[in-house]
Design a protein around this ligand. Structure first.
Ligand code: T46
Length: 136
């Protein structure tokens, strides 16, 4: 599986660091929504779903966490531990977020507004859905 992880440009000077993200430049989709999670309970695993029509970039702006990706054929584990790194997650990708450090803040840039009907929350349904999409 091709994992798309960005290393955003860092603007550093003697005052510290700054990362700037612009739609159409660093972010390859219109940003319609931003959300973030923090105070994650130790040992918890979040996500456990896929989306039919949603592109996202996950940025762990503080602390660290890991992301499990599954496209129905292959899986990958990705660690996010730098505030200048972004993980791109396309449509049709099962995701789980885990191993959050106690200080983790995971910010997500999303291409569409929140829509519960876009979620596939059953893994079996996800597998059927991606098989259908590839006409196997
Ligand atoms: C995803 C991963 C990376 C909203 O009201 N608006 C929102 O935009 C979002 C994302 C969530 N919510 C509500 C819905 C639930 O009552 O916040 C609550 C927690 O959401 P959820 O259980 O879906 O959170 P995660 O961490 O399992 O998944 C989230 C996103 O939902 C999902 O799209 O890709 O982060």
């Amino acid at each position: 599986m091709e994992v798309i992880k960005y290393a955003f440009q860092r603007h550093g000077d003697d005052r510290g660091m700054l990362v700037a993200l612009e739609e159409g430049k660093e972010i390859p989709f219109p940003v319609k929504r931003v959300y973030y999670m923090y105070d994650t309970v130790p040992g918890v695993r979040r996500g456990h779903h896929a989306h039919k029509c949603l592109e996202q970039i996950l940025i762990c702006i503080h602390g660290s966490c890991k992301i499990h990706l599954d496209n129905g054929e292959e899986t990958a584990e990705v660690e996010l531990s730098n505030p200048y790194e972004g993980l791109y997650i396309p449509n049709d990708m099962w995701r789980e977020m885990y191993d959050f450090s106690s200080d983790a803040v995971l910010m997500v840039l999303a291409s569409v507004i929140y829509d519960e009907s876009d979620y596939i929350r059953s893994y079996d349904e996800f597998i059927q859905y991606v098989k259908g999409n590839t006409h196997e």
